[in-house]
Design a protein around this ligand. Sequence first.
Ligand code: NAD
Length: 423
Amino acid sequence: MVTVAAHDELNVYESAEARFELAAKLLGLEEGLYRYMKYPNKEITVYIPVTRDNGQLEVFIGYRVHHSIVRGPCKGGIRFAPDVTLDEVRALAAWMTWKCAVVNIPFGGGKGGIICDPNKLSRGELERITRRYTAELSEWIGPERDVPAPDLGTNEQTMAWVMDTYSMHVRHTTTAVVTGKPLDLGGSRGRKEATGRGVMINCDKALAKLGMKREETRVVVQGFGNVGSMSAVLMHDAGYKIVGVADIHGGLYDEKGLDVHALLDWVYVQRKPLPEFPGGGAKMSAHEVLFQPCEIAVPAAVENQITSQNAHRLQARILCEGANGPTTAHADEILEQKGIFIIPDILANAGGVTVSYFEWVQDRMGLFWREHEVNERLKDVMEHSFDEVVRYADTHRVNNRIAAYMLAIDRVAFALKLRGIYA
Ligand code: NAD
């Protein structure tokens, strides 16, 4: 067995880097290629002057990191959060390179962020920050350069502002400069469900591999936002039994199965707290839900949920990581010893970036697909990617996570060798 060590178990970026290091070592990556991939292509810091609603001038700090342009334009979100750092943005940009390469879409990784608290800013202030940030980056983003998307603290509206600002600068409407846009501005059908759908497709593939059936498969889902709720609904409708759910307010577990549509209505239409759901079974903490009896656990909320302290308690046969970084590198080893089949985040939640890629394709074609076309293409990409990761794991005798990193690094290295270094 090969192991990975991150010095600080709960530093999610260190964990990702430790996995990259191990995968690169196992691949026997040449020293020069290793160095090339370890460092980003470009890091941009922008100082964003914005007049607040009270008339005061404030300067916000923003970043955009291009990790790799080897396989295509950079792709990655923009986050608005008070604790954004350049280190974090750099790590997330690299993460995107590997995620895009695992599902073999023609993008490299990028990421951006602005240090601000979106909850303390008015809509007008957010718009001005977004527009000035975009204007400062207008030479570095674009459909052929770098294609941002929403992330923490940003949404469809933010993307509409980025698209409009960029379009004003280049003097024509350029919808393909960002993804995650509203449908009426060149967004893609199926984007909202895409990450959850990708989670389900991965679970279907794992069941087929392990000789299991949907009807006999109990699922717990931690997180009931975009990824968690969509995974739960789609899997429920496909015949899986959703026995556990949780959000930030707490968790519920019912061995008999939960009515996910009624729960969705409870949380999103009636706007009631998830743990108060009447048909909800036993109440527990959001964290405990993951460790209840089930065949599949889907962490789809936040990072560092499965650690060296609790991994031995996981009862699932399959762990499908809807969230980014829900499992620490130290926990991997314990899960491997327990024989848990892991579908790692860079594969499990790549349905989102895959449909973002479809959005970019549709914008550039000016031809929009029906929802079933989007879903079929997504299925094709996800199934193929799952097969490739599992094949890599078998061939190289490594776990699925390291296999996913190896596959991704190998793809980027191969493209880099073909292109050569421009000197
Ligand atoms: P979201 O904000 O829509 O939902 C987050 C959910 O997690 C909410 O239900 C919230 O109540 C819950 N939550 C927050 N803190 C929690 C805690 N400590 N314990 C339990 N539940 C908690 O976010 P999302 O878009 O669903 O993203 C979830 C995860 O998936 C993140 O790690 C994100 O990076 C990752 N991801 C999202 C996408 C996407 O397309 N949305 C794609 C790839 C990866």
